[in-house]
Design a protein around this ligand. Structure first.
Ligand code: UTP
Length: 303
């Protein structure tokens, strides 16, 4: 089987759920502990063997390009000051010349449209797609798990997890006909169904391996949920020709496009770092009892 070498990162969304933080900072540059979301995404793709990184950007997102570029003045200054560890960290995040490609989506017409913008840059039979605001904490990075298990008969493969039924209206949901082990097979997929109309609670997260023929379907796609060109609708439109397989990844996913998810991700990733863990645990207990006291009307200092 041919290796999957290309990954698309759509980063042209408005990030309106995180305003005002995302007014002039791209959502994908929000930091979790010490790295922006887009860096986690690129590191995950690198670990999975990706060699071409296509970013679909928009106006106001140039911080993403700068982040993966070299910064000679900063690096030189750090070197002169003997801050070699910091220099190494900067060097490690740089992408090799020619590896990163930036193209623009000129209007936020939806995720499906953002993917279509990259059509002319994808030559392989299958390519990967990562939504950086879905952050996954996993022993083996999520995309790597999927690429290891993927074979061309799977058609389109999506990372899936089970969600509470009352949350199905936030996700693309699979209607499955085979639900055994890590791979589930779907006969249909629907974008953001209501609780009553949801065929299951198996939801798509922001990890995909897509068959290149999806571009043809995206081209003919009319606006769907939210008035946007939906990727899910194209996956559904092609399901008779290209099967849809859900992959139950191992790991914990955080929706960093929401405040709750982003805060939780910060806690989970900080707890992974021994130097942060102990103080964080103490401080959380302190803030928790402070807020309990406040609720009970006790005027205790948070010190
Ligand atoms: P979201 O559904 O999270 O939308 O997009 P959003 O615009 O980023 O955020 P909200 O809903 O306004 O808060 C999922 C992914 O698709 C990209 C986003 O950048 C994000 O990575 N996207 C979405 C685009 O690239 N273009 C679009 O037109 C829409």
């Amino acid at each position: 089987m041919k290796k999957i070498k290309t990954c698309i990162f759509p980063v042209a969304g408005l990030g309106s759920r995180f305003l005002p933080a995302t007014k002039s900072i791209p959502k994908e540059m929000l930091v979790v502990v010490d790295k922006p979301l887009i860096q986690y995404a690129v590191e995950e793709a690198k670990a999975a063997g990706i060699e071409r990184f296509i970013f679909v950007t928009s106006q106001g997102k140039s911080a993403i390009e700068d982040h993966f570029d070299s910064s000679p003045v900063l690096e030189e200054t750090l070197r002169k000051r003997g801050k070699n560890v910091e220099v190494e960290r900067l060097e490690a995040l740089r992408l090799d010349p020619g590896q990163a490609i930036y193209i623009r989506q000129q209007a936020p017409l939806g995720l499906g449209h953002a993917v279509l913008c990259a059509q002319h840059l994808v030559n392989e039979d299958a390519f990967a797609l990562i939504l950086a605001d879905d952050l996954v904490l996993a022993e083996t990075p999520c995309l790597q798990q999927m690429i290891q298990e993927y074979n061309p008969q799977d058609g389109n493969m999506v990372g899936v997890m089970e969600v509470p039924m009352e949350q199905t209206n936030r996700y693309g949901i699979l209607d499955v006909f085979q639900n055994k082990g890590e791979k589930v097979l779907a006969r249909n997929v629907v974008e953001k169904p209501s609780l009553e109309k949801s065929p299951s609670n198996i939801a798509i997260i922001g990890r995909y391996i897509l068959n290149q023929s999806i571009f043809g379907y995206l081209k003919n796609q009319t606006p769907g949920a939210g008035g946007e060109i939906q990727l899910t609708d194209a996956i559904q439109a092609m399901i008779k020709e290209v099967p849809l397989c859900g992959y139950r990844y191992k790991g914990q996913r955080f929706d960093c496009g929401t405040k709750e998810g982003w805060l939780e991700a910060n806690l989970a990733f900080a707890f992974e770092q021994p130097d942060l863990r102990i103080n964080l645990q103490k401080n959380l207990q302190k803030y928790f009892s402070f807020s309990e006291n406040k609720k009970e009307g006790k005027q205790k200092e948070c010190a």
